[in-house]
Design a binder for this molecule. Sequence first.
Ligand SMILES: Nc1ncnc2c1ncn2[C@@H]1O[C@H](COP(=O)(O)OP(=O)(O)OP(=O)(O)O)[C@@H](O)[C@H]1O
Ligand SMILES: [Mg+2]
Length: 249
Amino acid sequence: MPAEDCAVRFEKVTKRFGSQTVLDGVSFEVRQGSAFCLLGRSGTGKSVTLKHIIGLMKPDSGRVRVEGQDVSALSRRDLSRLRTRMGFLFQNAALFDSISVGDNVAFPIRRHAKLAVSDVRDRVRQKLEEVGLEREAGKMPSELSGGMRKRVGLARAMALDPSILLVDEPSAGLDPITAGEIDSLLSQLKSNRGTTLIIVTHNIPSARRLGDELAVLHGGHLIARGPAQELETSDHEVVRGFMRSEGGG
Ligand SMILES: Nc1ncnc2c1ncn2[C@@H]1O[C@H](COP(=O)(O)OP(=O)(O)OP(=O)(O)O)[C@@H](O)[C@H]1O
Ligand SMILES: [Mg+2]
C-alpha cells in the first residue's frame, strides 16, 4: 500500500512488560478511510496495540507510524498535535468523574479548538445526540449506567471530528439494539466523513458488518488478517473458532 494511503502502520513492533512479550514483531497497516477490526482473546495485547497508536506506549523495538509520522520520534508538541487528529475511546471509557457529561465531551474541544462558547455548546449537543444521550449533558458520570458511560466516551472521542477513531470494545456492556446503533454510527462516520476506524471488539457479528479487514492477535502475533470471508477459511483453528463465535459484546 502506498505510504500516503496508510493511516496507521506497524513495522515489526515488539513490546515487553518484564519477561512477558506481548507484541512480538507485529506488522500491519490500515488503509485511510477503512475499518480495521482487531480481535483476540483477553490479554493478548489489543488495548496495548491501540495505546501504541496514540503514543501512550512506546515499542521496545520496531516502529508505529500514524499518517506517515513515527509516533515515538515526535516531540511532545507534535504528538499532541497528531493526537488532535485521533479520537480514542478507552476500554473503561475513562471519563473525568468530577465534571459533567457535557463538560467531558467539551473538554477536548475547549482544549484544542478555538470555538465560541455557543459553538462549543452546539458541538457538545450534536455529539451527545449522535450517541443518543442529548438529555444527559448535565449529569455526572457516576449517575450513568456502564453503557451510557461508554457512549459518552465515544462522544468525547468524536468531539474533534478525528480522521482516525480508535475504539476499544465500543459495544461491550450494551444491549443489542444500542450496540447496533453504535455500529451504524461508526459506519456512517466512515462513509460520510471518511474516518478511519480501528475497532477492538469481541463482537464477531459487529466486526463482520463493520470491518473491511479483521485481524486476530494471538501469542504476540497477528495470526490472520483479511476480510471476514477469508478468515472463515483460515488454516488456524483459533481464527476459525473466533469467526464461528456469535457471543461477546
Ligand atoms: N502497563 C502495563 N504494565 C504491565 N503489563 C501490562 C500493562 N498493560 C498491559 N499489560 C499486559 O499486557 C497484556 C495485554 O494486555 P491488553 O490490555 O492489551 O489485553 P487485551 O487484549 O486488551 O485484553 P482484553 O480483551 O481483556 O481487554 C496483559 O497480559 C497485560 O497484563
Ligand atoms: Mg483490552
